[in-house]
Design a protein around this ligand. Structure first.
Ligand code: BGC
Length: 717
């Protein structure tokens, strides 16, 4: 009898268990259409529950601000977010992989590298049980002083957009959401909360909006973070023109618009502008019953809340939060991730100079290596919200010691006031490796200048006076000044912030195990004033009300939206290489430039004009790239376009296509790069639309913005 009732109980439990695992509600059924599932779920929610989805947690100051919402009644967990974009910034003791900076990634000009980068991040997010990573960073490197340049992808919007799209695809392919940030035009970081980025529509469309447009249209990004700054006088989170009108109505963006940590202020304005979720220190803007009360008082409609909640539920379903058990599994700090961190780091290092082929270092010939410079024993990275704590961290000196086991490595700690010993050692060394370290970049940490701190330039010059075989390896979050020493130097390898495997990756490149193939994603000028915003006195931002500038409190519910500074983008579309070419300013190293240990030639195969209609041009540029040297390597073919007689001032050349090609010694490959309407068009402020005039356009193909292998004029009707 006892056994029988036990059996019955067991059968009931078994059935209940099976039943509980079955999707009972429509919104749980993964085979149904996404929008139907969203509607089903939305209809089950009370106003209170809906509103609770629209803000982040405010419970403590560790990781918990990085979660939001959840619907306990329906067994739907909170959505969990973490910072990127240069790896996962985790809050508990679990360390993660510190990838090279995304600035370095952009110098790879390799969309597959961007995808692999995203995949590593996504895998670690899955393992940590997290859903949204705050990256990619997609603001422009308008000035080399931008403290967060290392988190962005250089000065060209098309290159940034293309790299970001693939980074996003890498992340989202496994059900983790990427977050394109900081929308829009948040180039300057100091005082960003009170600074308005002001520009005309054409500048916005052609430069600062473009990467976000690409992230939406091609990357299908699931979340976008609004900048802390203002755009044309209104905080972005409260700016209906750039949120509702552009992102939603025009670009049909169906993901979540969430705020940066201090980006929103006024509940009703923020809600009406199109922001879906307030987070971090401004979570209270939709929290603390403020959004709820605004609906109850009739200031905003429940329909508006529903629209936000639809976007948010779309994110919950896309990231598997609704059916938590259906998520893919990930892993953390695996050998695969470590190897990727190392490989990716080598892929974006840029060889700027290599006189007399000093590099790669041949241990058969080079016996005595002198290592010095403030960067030799550190693994630098940017500070602030993107800081990743990794399990391993290999300094250049450690990397060299394990690579060049048969050489005598003489390390002399850097002290600019005591160079006597260093110089006498320099005279007896076969090669000198000087690890130059730029000023610390970071969030809210725009740089004061681009000089190498601590008299490094003087020491480099003294070393060069004593031995011609000096290699300078730069480690920095942005451009460093090279003008005073680069002419006499033997070789320069720029390594940016290269992540946990800095030392290993540098050793790989210096030894020639890896042939460098990185190309600059920005211009390196002779002096700071050569850059447009410095030349024109537009950086930093200008105070609006004299010296006594009121600033808003940084946190707390009594914060007030404050508009205290103007950052005017008066150079318009003439930023980066567009400016240098327009003004005829010779850069030290141009946009798109980078050397290799082998040599290449680029030749024209043909230009196929499929359609020459100016309102719908379709052109295929075919080029042949040959590796004419003795080593395997990679080259990047870059297509630029300029209009001959434009009706508005246009840059002489603008990047419109590129492809990275890997070639064995002696190998030749053909590439075909398509050009379409947007490759030729500019934004007409007059007509409020993209326009490609009939007329002549020059297509330039080369391996930098300056080094053009061939050009061809095409006429559009
Ligand atoms: C930064 C964001 C970051 C957020 C959360 C903000 O201060 O601007 O980039 O995602 O903090 O840490």
């Amino acid at each position: 009898m006892k056994t029988r009732s036990l059996t019955v109980i067991l059968i009931i439990c078994f059935c209940l268990n099976i039943y509980s695992q079955q999707p009972v509600h429509k919104f749980q059924q993964t085979d149904l259409n996404l929008e139907d599932r969203i509607e089903d779920l939305l209809n089950r929610l009370s106003l209170d529950e809906k509103v609770k989805l629209c803000y982040g947690n405010v419970t403590d100051n560790t990781g918990e601000r990085f979660s939001s919402g959840g619907i306990a009644r329906l067994n739907i967990k909170q959505i969990e977010m973490l910072d990127g974009p240069v790896g996962v910034r985790n809050f508990n003791n679990q360390k993660t992989t510190a990838l090279p900076s995304t600035l370095l990634l952009s110098c790879s000009w390799d969309i597959n590298a961007a995808r692999r980068y995203g995949e590593v991040i996504a895998s670690e997010m899955l393992k940590l049980g997290k859903n949204v990573i705050f990256g990619p960073g997609m603001n422009m490197m308008r000035s080399p002083l931008g403290g967060r340049n290392f988190e962005y992808m250089g000065e060209d919007p098309f290159l940034t957009g293309f790299m970001a799209v693939n980074y996003i695809k890498g992340i989202q392919s496994v059900g983790v959401a990427a977050c394109a940030k900081h929308y829009l035009a948040n180039e300057i970081d100091n005082l960003r909360h009170y600074t308005s980025s002001n520009m005309d529509e054409r500048t916005m469309r052609e430069i600062y909006l473009l990467p976000f447009e690409m992230a939406i249209k091609e990357g299908k990004v699931w979340t976008i973070m609004t900048a802390n700054s203002l755009f044309n006088g209104i905080h972005v989170s409260e700016n209906k023109t750039v949120l509702q009108n552009i992102l939603r109505d025009e670009l049909n963006y169906d993901g979540v618009i969430l705020t940066d940590w201090r980006a929103a202020y006024n509940t009703v304005n923020t809600a009406i502008a199109g922001t879906d979720m307030t987070t971090g220190f401004c979570a209270y803007v939709f929290g603390e019953d403020r959004l709820l009360n605004a609906v109850k008082s009739g200031e905003i409609s429940e329909k508006l809340i529903d629209a936000k909640v639809r976007n948010i539920l779309r994110l919950y379903i896309r990231t598997g939060v609704v059916n938590g058990d259906k998520r893919l599994s990930g892993s953390i700090n695996t050998d695969e991730h470590k190897n990727e961190a190392r490989k990716l780091a080598t892929e974006g290092m840029v060889l700027l100079k290599n006189s007399g082929n000093i590099l790669p270092i041949n241990p058969e010939i080079v016996k005595n290596i002198l290592v010095t410079g403030p960067g030799a024993t550190v693994v630098p990275s940017g500070t602030g919200s993107s800081k990743v704590v990794s399990e391993i961290s290999v300094s250049p000196l450690q990397g060299l010691k394990s690579e060049f086991k048969n050489c005598n490595i003489n390390y002399v700690a850097y002290d600019s006031s005591k160079t006597d010993l260093l110089l006498s050692d320099a005279r007896s060394s076969d090669v000198i490796l000087f690890f130059a370290l730029g000023s610390q970049s970071g969030e809210s940490r725009d740089l004061k200048d681009i000089e190498l701190p601590g008299n490094q330039a003087t020491t480099i010059n003294k070393l060069t006076d004593n031995n011609k075989k000096v290699v300078v390896i730069t480690l920095s979050g942005s451009v460093v000044a090279m003008d005073s020493w680069s002419k006499n130097i033997g070789a320069i390898l720029s390594c940016w912030y290269a992540g946990q495997a800095t030392g290993e990756a540098i050793a790989d490149v210096l030894s020639g195990k890896v042939n460098p193939g990185g190309k600059l994603s920005f211009t390196i000028a002779g002096k700071l004033n050569d850059y447009a915003c410095h030349y024109l006195g537009l950086w930093p931002q200008k105070a609006r009300t004299g010296n006594n500038v009121p600033v808003a409190p940084r946190a707390g519910a009594d914060r007030k939206a404050t508009y205290s500074y103007d950052c005017n983008y008066e150079e318009g579309v003439f930023m980066g290489y567009r400016w240098f070419e327009q003004k005829g300013i010779e850069p030290l190293f141009p946009f798109g430039f980078g050397l290799s240990y082998t040599s290449f030639s680029i030749g024209k195969s043909g230009i196929d004009i499929i359609s020459d209609k100016s309102n719908n041009p379709k052109i295929l540029v075919r080029a042949k790239i040959s590796n004419t040297g003795k080593r395997e390597g990679s080259e990047v073919i870059q297509l630029y376009i300029g209009e001959e007689n434009s009706t508005v001032p246009r840059p002489l050349k603008e990047l419109k296509g590129f492809q990275k090609v890997f070639l064995k010694a002696g190998e030749t490959k053909e590439v075909a790069i398509p050009l379409d309407f947007r490759s030729f068009a500019f934004w007409s402020n007059e007509k409020s639309k993209w326009v490609a005039n009939p007329g002549k356009y020059i297509i330039y193909a080369g391996n930098s913005s300056k080094n053009i292998a061939f050009k061809e004029t095409v006429a559009l009707k």
